[in-house]
Design a protein around this ligand. Structure first.
Ligand SMILES: *[C@@H]1O[C@H](CO)[C@@H](O)[C@H](O)[C@H]1NC(C)=O
Ligand SMILES: *[C@@H]1O[C@H](CO)[C@@H](O)[C@H](O)[C@H]1NC(C)=O
Length: 210
């Protein structure tokens, strides 16, 4: 009876190869485990996706509601002027409020910098629209002769265009949670001002934000 396990043929016993088909129950077990993991992953992913869709931060919208320029005079490489701009800032987020800090706004003629000003920090609630004022002024500030000529040329043709820029540090907030700060850049290009005498005015202009 002890010899019954011996191969009758006389060949050495064939070792079980790793890839050989067997009736081992382990593959089924691993397959079930894999399916369970996949299902968990899909559920978890769906929850994350919903969370992301609900809380996904949308950048605020900026537009210039009105702008005026008084005491403008550019001559002999010098410029004088006082700009007053009113921005409309909207927070489109339903769940996130926005903090704005270190707000700096500047005025350019094409690419040439003219002046800048700082705007106080503020927090904007969900779905809120704020009106933000900025006032800039220059007295006898140096500008290149070609910029003076370009501005006076435009003015004599009826309108001067300025590019207004706003840079701010912003952070989205959800309840007590506060996201990390990011730089917000706003460009309001080709803001046209018209007028005859000392005061030039301009109207609504949508700005681009990134
Ligand atoms: C602008 O300033 C120059 C130099 O100060 C002066 O001669 C000129 O009259 C001024 N122009 C206007 C329109 O005020
Ligand atoms: C700017 O204003 C100052 C002070 O009022 C004046 O002395 C200067 O001539 C003005 N410059 C220009 C370019 O108008």
């Amino acid at each position: 009876m002890q010899d019954s396990s011996r191969p009758v043929t006389g060949y050495p016993p064939i070792p079980l190869l790793p890839g050989a088909p067997t009736s081992n129950p382990r593959p089924t077990f691993f397959r079930r485990l894999f399916v369970a993991f996949a299902v968990l992953l899909i559920i978890f992913g769906t929850i994350l996706l919903i969370f992301w869709l609900v809380l996904r931060p949308h950048l605020p919208d900026f537009s210039i509601q009105s702008i005026s320029l008084s005491n403008f005079n550019a001559s002999n490489q010098r410029v004088n002027g006082t700009w007053n701009a009113q921005f409309q800032v909207s927070n489109p987020n339903k769940k996130l409020s926005i903090y704005y800090g270190d707000i700096v706004s500047s005025v350019f003629h094409k690419d040439d910098f003219l002046t800048e000003t700082r705007i106080g920090p503020f927090v904007q609630g969900t779905r809120k629209v704020n009106s933000v004022e900025a006032s800039y002024s220059v007295v006898d500030s140096f500008v290149e002769g070609k910029v003076v000529d370009a501005m006076n040329g435009e003015r004599s043709r009826g309108e001067i265009k300025f590019n207004i820029k706003v840079v701010a540090d912003v952070a989205f907030r959800y309840g007590g949670w506060r996201g990390r700060r990011r730089l917000l850049r706003v460009w309001c290009d080709d803001v046209a001002l018209t007028g005859s005498s000392g005061k030039l005015t301009g109207g609504f202009k949508k700005c681009s934000v990134d």
